[in-house]
Design a binder for this molecule. Structure first.
Ligand code: XYM
Length: 271
C-alpha cells in the first residue's frame, strides 16, 4: 500500500494491481461522524469512487520536453459505477446522489462520465422514489465538503477525484485513522482503510486499528450482505469511543495503544 514516489523499473503498485486484476471497480468510502472525535455530529455521506481507470490507468510516458499522463474514461466503467451508486443510495436510504466531475474543462472525458452516470441513474430510478439527483464540479465539491458536509448523501466520481475528496471528507469522521473503504467488484471484495501504511510507527504498537475494523464491517455489510452484523461491529467501535477510550480535544490520547483499542472494541462487541 505504499509505493515509492519515483519511477522504479518493473514496479507497479500492489493495491492498484489488485483493484485492476480482480476488477474491483467500485471503491466505497463512507464518512460518518463518530462520537467524541468528529468536530460535527451530522455528517453521513458515501463517496462511490470509480476504481479501475481515470488517471489511475497507468498510461504515463515521457514525451519531448515533458511527460504525459492519459486519463481514461469509458462508458462501461461509468455505467457500472453509476449503477453501484444507486444501489448504495437505496441500501442506506440516502436522499441525494451527486455526480462529481470537471466537464467544464474536460468535456469529452468527464462529459462522458457525467452523461453516462446520469443516464443509468435515471433509467434505474422508480417514479415513486423522491431522492435528489444533481451534479457538481469537483472544485465546488471540495469547498462544500468543508463548508457544508452534512448536505451530501452519495457522491459518485472518477478515480483521482474520489481519492482526493475521500481524504478530505475523512476529516469529518475524526481523522484518517478512522476512515474505512471497500474495493468492490461483482465477485470479489477487498476491505482497505483509506489511510496507507505508516512505516514510521512500525513495531510501536500504536497504530489505530479502527479504520481496518470498520473496513471489515463494510465487507460484512456489502459483500456478505449481513448489515446487522456490520452494525454490531460499527456499534462496538462507537461505544468503545464513547465509554472506554481517552479522548481530549477530539483526538485519541496519543499514548493509546493498538491493544487498548482492540480490547475496548472486543468488550463492546460482547455487550
Ligand atoms: O501503492 O487509494 O502507494 O488510490 O492512492 C493508494 C497506493 S496509494 C500505493 C489510492 C491510493
Amino acid at each position: 500500500v505504499s509505493s515509492p514516489a519515483h519511477k522504479v523499473k518493473g514496479y507497479r503498485s500492489a493495491i492498484l494491481t489488485l483493484r485492476q486484476e480482480l476488477d474491483l471497480y467500485a471503491n466505497i468510502r463512507p464518512v460518518r461522524s463518530l462520537p467524541r472525535l468528529s468536530l460535527r455530529q451530522d455528517v453521513d455521506l458515501v463517496i462511490v469512487r470509480e476504481n479501475t481507470e481515470g488517471l489511475y490507468a497507468g498510461r504515463e510516458r515521457l514525451e519531448g520536453d515533458g511527460a504525459v499522463a492519459e486519463r481514461v474514461i469509458t462508458r462501461r466503467a461509468s455505467h457500472r459505477i453509476g449503477r453501484k451508486a444507486v444501489e448504495i443510495l437505496r441500501a442506506e436510504k440516502y436522499r441525494r446522489l451527486t455526480i462529481v466531475h470537471k466537464a467544464n474543462i474536460l468535456p469529452l472525458t468527464d462529459g462522458l462520465f457525467r452523461d453516462t452516470v446520469r443516464a443509468v441513474v435515471q433509467e434505474m430510478r422508480h417514479p415513486d422514489e423522491n431522492w435528489i439527483l444533481d451534479e457538481l464540479l469537483v472544485d465546488t465539491t471540495a469547498y462544500q465538503l468543508v463548508s457544508q458536509p452534512q448536505t451530501f448523501g452519495v457522491l459518485v466520481t472518477t478515480n483521482l477525484f474520489g481519492d482526493i475528496l475521500s481524504d478530505e471528507a475523512a476529516f469529518w469522521c475524526g481523522g484518517m485513522g478512522l476512515a474505512p473503504s471497500l474495493n468492490w467488484g461483482d465477485e470479489i471484495a477487498i476491505a482497505e482503510p483509506v489511510h496507507g501504511s505508516a512505516p514510521d510507527i512500525v513495531g510501536k504498537g500504536i497504530a489505530n486499528p479502527m479504520a481496518a475494523i470498520l473496513s471489515a464491517a463494510l465487507l460484512v455489510r456489502y459483500h456478505w450482505k449481513l448489515p446487522q452484523i456490520a452494525e454490531q461491529i460499527e456499534g462496538a467501535v462507537r461505544r468503545a469511543l464513547t465509554f472506554d477510550l481517552e479522548v481530549s480535544e477530539n483526538r485519541l490520547n496519543p499514548d493509546t495503544t493498538t491493544e487498548t483499542i482492540l480490547k475496548a472494541i472486543i468488550k463492546r462487541l460482547n455487550s
